[in-house]
Ligand binder design. Structure first.
Ligand code: ZN
Length: 395
């Protein structure tokens, strides 16, 4: 801080002990608001972020606006009204992103309702830079599932959910096809390329280069599915990193703000992974060799494993957005998939899903596109995981 000059002869340890700019109270590290006068510790930074976000939104760059608002969210106490408002703004923008994805080429103009919610999130209290309390009992999660401004032209109902999910799947496939440049870019960042080569060496030594290349490519496509949706939502993340013999991962530098976003980021991986498995299977059908059948089968199995509705696995994140009755529907679907396919992995999924359905953490509001996506992926990946490949060395 400015007042901690080296000439200061104060007996108090000045280094590393910032004080409130208003009342002089010493601020413990990590505090977001002064405990005495409630002044926001990062008010200057918050103002800059709000300005940055508004500028990006006016320029039509929703992802950049979202990135700035997410950074602001991290600087606001979770029980403050500003936190709640910024969260609502993020929800509004993120719905706009979804609407834009469902209808490619749709103008990114703010709809009247979301514009209203965006401008109401301009932190009116930034003038005084003072913290205001949210209603007691309104937790961030409650705020996340609170009724929100409807997105542009929002209709409700299952048919809309199904159509949106189908459009989402379609546009994701399109994105993967058209963003070949981005697919390659991921590998040139940081240690990602090196981690890929290390993994390639391990798989090559064990199973030959074709299998190594195919299975790593499908893992990579899975991760880039996450990366593509993270980028659309303006959530900062690393390039995919490979762990030899285990798989790959993308580390998020910001958190999704709502269950809805988190679920879409989560299931983007298996969605892209399923597309990769289908591609390998088509290669197998076209006579490229049994190795492509094995890659399709194993790739599908790995993505099916990722649908386990637990922890931070992709399926767990998708499941978190489903309400109670939707979770029971998913349990039924998993049971049916197991009865038809007799794939043992599905028993594990069934067990875990039962636990999640019986749990008490389900939101009240349903997420129809998410249920449609989860069940669709389940059916597709199960079918691919049990294909017959003559002479398949793996399963
Ligand atoms: Zn994943």
């Amino acid at each position: 801080m400015d007042d901690a000059s080296p000439l200061s002869t104060s007996s108090r340890p000045t280094a590393g002990a910032p004080t409130c700019a208003d009342c002089g109270t010493e601020l413990a590290p990590g505090l977001l608001a002064c405990p005495t006068c409630r002044r926001l510790v990062n008010s200057e930074r918050l103002k800059a972020l709000a300005a940055e976000a508004e500028q990006a939104r006016h320029a039509g760059d929703l992802a950049a606006a979202l990135t700035a608002w997410r950074s602001a969210l991290d600087l606001l106490p979770a029980d403050s009204r500003q936190h709640e408002q910024v969260l609502l703004t993020i929800q509004g923008l993120s719905r706009q992103v979804e609407a834009g994805a469902a209808a490619p080429g749709a103008p990114t103009q703010a709809s009247p309702s979301s514009a209203a919610s965006a401008s109401s999130g301009r932190m009116p209290d930034a003038r005084s830079a003072r913290l205001s309390q949210a209603d007691p009992g309104a937790s961030p999660v409650a705020a996340a599932s609170a009724p929100r401004a409807p997105a542009a032209g929002a209709r409700t109902g299952n048919s809309k959910g199904a159509a949106q999910a189908a459009a989402g799947l379609g546009s994701l496939a399109l994105l993967l096809l058209s963003k070949g440049k981005m697919l390659l870019l991921g590998l040139t960042k940081g240690g990602a390329g090196l981690s890929f080569l290390l993994s390639f060496g391990v798989y090559w030594a064990a199973w030959g280069w074709k299998f190594a290349l195919g299975i790593l490519a499908s893992l990579y496509v899975h991760e880039m599915g996450h990366v593509a949706v993270l980028a659309r939502y303006g959530i900062a993340a690393t390039a995919p990193m490979f762990v030899p013999g285990l798989g790959a991962f993308v580390r998020m530098k910001q958190r999704p703000a709502t269950r809805r976003e988190d679920a879409r980021v989560g299931l983007a991986g298996p969605t892209a992974g399923a597309a990769a498995a289908i591609a390998a299977y088509l290669g197998f059908l076209a006579g490229a060799g049994p190795v492509w059948g094995v890659i399709a089968k194993l790739g599908a199995w790995i993505n099916l494993f990722n649908l386990l509705p637990v922890w931070q696995l992709d399926g767990g994140r998708g499941f978190a957005a489903l309400n109670r009755s939707q979770r029971w529907f998913a349990v039924f679907a998993i049971g049916a998939a197991w009865a038809i396919s007799e794939e043992g992995l599905l028993l594990l999924l069934l067990l875990v899903a039962l636990g999640r359905a019986a749990g008490r953490d389900a939101p009240a509001e349903p997420d129809h596109p998410m249920l449609f996506r989860y069940v669709g992926l389940l059916a597709l990946l199960t079918a691919l995981a049990v294909i017959h490949v003559p002479g398949a060395p793996v399963r």
